[in-house]
Design a protein around this ligand. Structure first.
Ligand SMILES: Nc1nc2c(ncn2[C@@H]2O[C@H](COP(=O)(O)OP(=O)(O)O)[C@@H](O)[C@H]2O)c(=O)[nH]1
Ligand SMILES: [Mg+2]
Ligand SMILES: [Zn+2]
Length: 318
């Protein structure tokens, strides 16, 4: 795309355009400028050097662009990230690789189905823990309520409401609860995550008609064997308040995520008030005497199920 930039008379340097990265694919970036133009860009070599070989530019990054000869655009600078959704993966020779997924996001939607596939509390907790570790506000979306009804859905997901998570009971297929959820996305940057088959893509298509994201069994086989998360894309929401949402096809391997042992309890919000109160400073909350967390489990303020998720994550027992 060609853009002609006319520098202001008092401004000796041609101005840079600011924008947000919506798509990043094999060295090419699609940037939505603050003037609402979509520009295909490449990355200045200097930026590559500055940032080493970690994820240089990911979707959600705020960047500045310069137009170069021939009408091409180059990303000149990348702003510091306000927030991030990333996962750590085992890398070569025992090193850890941080896999950046989205930058500058406001919230994570942890989507599960009420049935087909049956939700598993261990897995729900694993997704929530990843969001907490990234310090991103998480909400739970219980999709496919049409299959089980509200009473059964509340039995499964109600405990998350008690912890303080916002839970949306929806049916992407029947349109139940979709409008209320769309309201919560307006004007924000959201990432949709959850296991495959729960209806994430269907839900996004229902929230934003016109997106036409692939759904169902076909897309699953197509994506199988691709070990990349870079195909994630920020979609613009059409409402008056704007906003963006990212589908994350590569998050199926979330099981590889590792969180340092000493950070894990903090990732269970209901454990936080008790963390200072244990008899031992280095208490792991799995059987030590005078453990405040175990006392709260005993008293029923922390659910046994959630503590079991904690224990299994800590002991890498999945
Ligand atoms: N019964 C029912 N099926 C749904 C609903 N939402 C999605 N599905 C179906 O669930 C399957 C997986 O949906 P998809 O959006 O591809 O899931 P994703 O892998 O999480 O993106 C598809 O066959 C959808 O038609 C829903 O609310 N109710
Ligand atoms: Mg999908
Ligand atoms: Zn303890």
């Amino acid at each position: 795309m060609k853009l002609s930039l006319v520098p202001a008379a008092r401004d000796p340097v041609p101005p840079l355009l600011s924008g947000t990265v919506l798509r990043a694919r094999s060295g090419f970036y699609t940037v939505l400028t603050d003037t609402q133009a979509l520009v295909e860009c490449r990355l200045r070599g200097r930026v590559k050097q500055d940032r080493g070989d970690s994820d240089l530019v990911v979707i959600g990054d705020r960047v500045s662009l310069a137009m170069v000869e021939g009408g091409d655009a180059m990303i000149e600078t990348v702003e510091a990230r306000q927030s991030r959704f990333s996962r750590r993966q085992p890398g070569p020779r025992g090193a850890w690789k941080e896999d950046m997924i989205v930058a500058n996001l406001d919230q994570v939607l942890v989507v599960f189905a009420c049935a087909e596939p049956m939700p598993h509390p261990r897995l729900i907790d694993r997704f929530l823990v990843v969001a907490e570790h990234n310090e991103i506000q998480a909400m739970v979306v219980a999709n496919k309520v049409d299959l089980v009804g509200m009473v059964a859905a509340r039995q499964i997901f109600g405990p998350y409401e008690s912890i303080g998570y916002e839970v949306h009971y929806v049916s992407a297929r029947e349109g139940i609860g979709v409008e209320a959820l769309a309201d919560r996305l307006a004007g924000r940057v959201s990432v949709v995550t959850g296991p495959s088959g729960v209806g994430k893509s269907t839900l996004l298509n229902a929230i934003q008609p016109g997106l036409r994201i692939e759904t169902g069994a076909v897309s699953e086989t197509v994506h199988k064997g691709r070990h990349t998360t870079t195909s994630a894309e920020l979609h613009r929401l059409g409402g008056a308040d704007g906003g963006f949402v990212a589908d994350t096809p590569g998050l199926r391997e979330l099981g590889l995520w590792q969180i340092p042992d000493e950070d894990l309890a903090w990732c269970f919000p209901e454990m936080r008030p008790h963390l200072g109160g244990c008899g031992f400073n280095d208490c792991r909350h799995i059987g030590e005497p005078r453990c405040a967390v175990l006392a709260a489990v005993e008293a029923g303020t922390i659910s046994e199920d959630r503590h079991e998720s904690y224990r299994r994550l800590l002991l890498k027992d999945r």
